[in-house]
Design a protein around this ligand. Structure first.
Ligand code: ADP
Ligand code: MG
Length: 622
């Protein structure tokens, strides 16, 4: 019989480590959460090789007392709770007290830390769980963790890691979300020596959006505020032109935590439904506050999934608020003739640097930030992000305050312009349109105020048609013409079932359908001239669509979806149009609640300002 061994502490920790830490991402997450729990106002994260060979997290938080350092690395060592009863009122991010012990079991860790009360800092090493030296060292207040060679002593785990690039991208994604959830903390992320992003920590969420996603995105978000009894929401909605092909840009925080919440996701998409093409998802960042007792966090801890009680109410509050917000204002996207201007740098004064570098360049113990930066900034998404260009820093200085999110310099100009802009689609404006003509058989050029508007005639037509159908459906105005003799259609079982399920919807669209047995139906009536297309083909298209995307929701939602299907079938082929037709189309557009997007999310109008044009001709030099 095999001998039974009692495992030693290092082995136990190594095994346990796999459950908490399975990739560099987890190390970064645990270290940052500790920094946040330690009240840091600035956190710098540096990784190399996707975090596999090197992770450094530096914060300006409370630090760890020298006498407590070794304890911090013990399993179930935590300063955040004392006993089981505290678990109920926990508000800090980590509380299990196992992160440091597990990280140090599977990598080489160096921590340098100093509290405000102590005169010097302390450096401590612990490799593979084995305690090393503890020495006094000059250091600023706060803590730096350096984690090297993750899983160097657990080769199996190491084999399971993906490429450095992939591991790095996981970390990047996490850091973006953490930075978004803490606009009050200055984050700086350095990957293989390059600064990926830096936020100022001035408390403005919009500024963080700008720093992470670029100006182009930050210019296209609308603030959203919901203040209801059961839920408070603050955040930003991307205009429909920012719609994406994945849910990756739907970001939610519940009570300060970045979480997945399918309910909120669905509610948000419902709110956007008039503006989303199929398989597209909105860009949005929402901070939700609910009573902690309303949140069930144990649904899927590793996926960070949560569930909310009161879900139906919350769903409808969120979807309605979003829908209203989106339909509220002019959503005409600006068309730039040029790439948007290159950005000015931000001042990243608050972000702490890995300070051993400071020590190398300066003997002083003071936290000196004026050393030379050897890391090159890189461009973000929009290619517009440059940190250390030779530009006037004082002009773009970000002051830490509770200032209005719109008031930081780079975006100020744009939002002010919107405020004073003459609105294009109003009764008062329409006499002032100058219609110049048609371009590429599709686009109409219209002058108004100091802008050139370009209308996509198909998108505009589609929109007008769609609204007509929605209204007709709502008011039950769709007339039916009888077909005699009826058309008999043989359907597949699935088609037949779909027709039976949606009989009411088909009737609402003007079809008269009778069961003909054996998976057949008789079409006895068709809608009158509403869709301008072959009715039978239209019937087929609606049926296909319904099989792929079943209808859900309230009656009004169903109306919108049906109209959208009807509309798709209706707008095909080139339509001839003259100036009179354009005026009629504009007339009808301006009566609509949201004239600026076609039902599938494409814009109906874009505009180019006189300023843009003059810049192109170098009349204005910037
Ligand atoms: P937990 O966060 O669950 O308490 P950890 O193993 O992550 O457990 O950390 C153990 C303890 O070490 C923390 O409770 C805290 O007291 C201390 N600690 C860890 N990181 C920091 C930090 N960056 N600043 C201050 N204290 C820290
Ligand atoms: Mg922790």
């Amino acid at each position: 019989m095999a001998k039974i061994n009692i495992l030693d502490k290092q082995t136990i920790d190594k095994i346990a480590a796999g459950e908490v830490i399975d990739r560099p991402l987890n190390v970064v997450k645990e270290l940052i959460e500790n920094s946040i729990d330690a009240q840091a106002s600035a956190i710098t994260i540096e990784i190399k090789d996707g975090g596999i060979s090197f992770i450094r997290v530096t914060d300006d938080g409370a630090g760890i007392e020298k006498s407590e350092i070794k304890k911090a690395f013990m399993a179930h060592a935590t300063s955040k709770i004392e006993g089981a009863e505290d678990l109920l009122k926990i508000s800090s991010l980590g509380f299990r007290g196992e992160a440091l012990s597990t990280i140090s079991a599977v990598s080489m860790v160096n921590v340098i830390t100093k509290t405000e009360d102590s005169l010097t800092g302390t450096s401590f090493n612990i490799d593979g769980g084995i305690e090393g030296e503890m020495t006094d060292i000059g250091a600023p207040c706060g803590t730096t963790f350096i984690v090297k060679d993750l899983f160097y002593n657990v080769p199996v785990r190491r084999k399971f890691l993906k490429s450095a690039q992939t591991e790095g991208s996981y970390i990047s994604d996490l850091l973006e979300h953490i930075a978004l959830s803490h606009p009050e903390i200055a984050f700086k992320f350095i990957n293989n020596g390059k600064i990926v992003f830096a936020t100022s920590g001035n408390g403005s969420l919009k500024e963080v959006i700008y720093r992470i996603y670029g100006r182009d995105t930050a210019d296209k978000v609308l603030p959203l505020n919901i203040d209801s009894e059961i839920i408070k929401v603050e955040g930003y909605l991307g205009k429909p032109e920012l719609n994406r092909s994945s849910r990756n840009f739907e970001t939610f925080f519940v009570n300060g935590r970045y979480v997945n919440c399918p309910l909120v996701s669905k509610a948000a998409e419902e709110g956007y439904s008039n503006y989303l093409m199929m398989h597209k998802f909105p860009f949005l960042i929402l901070q939700l506050s609910v009573d902690p007792s309303e949140v069930d966090v144990n649904v899927h801890p590793s996926k960070m999934e949560i569930r909310l009680h009161n879900s139906e109410e919350i769903y409808s509050i969120i979807s309605k608020a979003i829908e209203e917000r989106l339909s509220e204002r002019e959503l005409i996207p600006d068309a730039y003739l040029d790439e948007p201007e290159k950005e000015a740098p931000i001042e990243v004064k608050k972000a702490p640097e890995p300070f051993e570098k400071v020590r190398m360049t300066s003997k002083s113990l003071a936290f000196n930030m004026d050393f030379e930066e050897d890391t090159e900034p890189i461009a973000n998404d929009s290619g517009s992000f440059r940190l250390y260009e030779d530009t006037n820093i004082s002009e773009t200085k970000v002051t830490p305050s509770n200032e209005d999110p719109d008031s930081y310099p780079q975006i100020k100009e744009a939002s002010q312009m919107e405020l004073f802009e003459d609105r294009f689609l109003t009764e008062d404006s329409k006499d002032k349109y100058e219609i110049f003509g048609q371009l590429f058989k599709t686009y109409w050029l219209i002058g108004f105020s100091d802008k050139l508007f370009i209308m996509d005639q198909h998108a505009a037509h589609e929109k007008v048609k769609y609204e007509r159908i929605v209204n007709a459906l709502k008011e039950k105005r769709i007339a039916t013409q009888s077909i005699n003799p009826p058309v008999i259609l043989e359907l597949s079982t699935k088609e037949y079932d779909t027709v039976s399920d949606y009989l009411d919807s088909f009737t609402a669209l003007g079809f008269e359908i009778e069961d003909f047995g054996l998976n057949s139906i008789a079409l006895r009536g068709m809608p009158v001239d509403l869709y301008g297309c072959d009715e039978l083909e239209f019937f087929r298209e609606v049926l296909d669509e319904l099989m792929d995307n079943p209808l859900k929701g309230e009656l009004s939602v169903i109306h919108y979806k049906l109209a959208s299907m009807a509309c798709k079938a209706a707008v095909k082929g080139n339509m001839k149009m003259n100036e009179q037709g354009v005026r009629a189309l504009l007339d009808e557009l301006l009566t609509l609640d949201n004239p600026y997007n076609c039902p599938h999310g494409r814009p109906t109008l874009v505009s180019i300002s006189k300023y843009e044009i003059e810049k192109k001709f170098k009349r204005i030099v910037t």
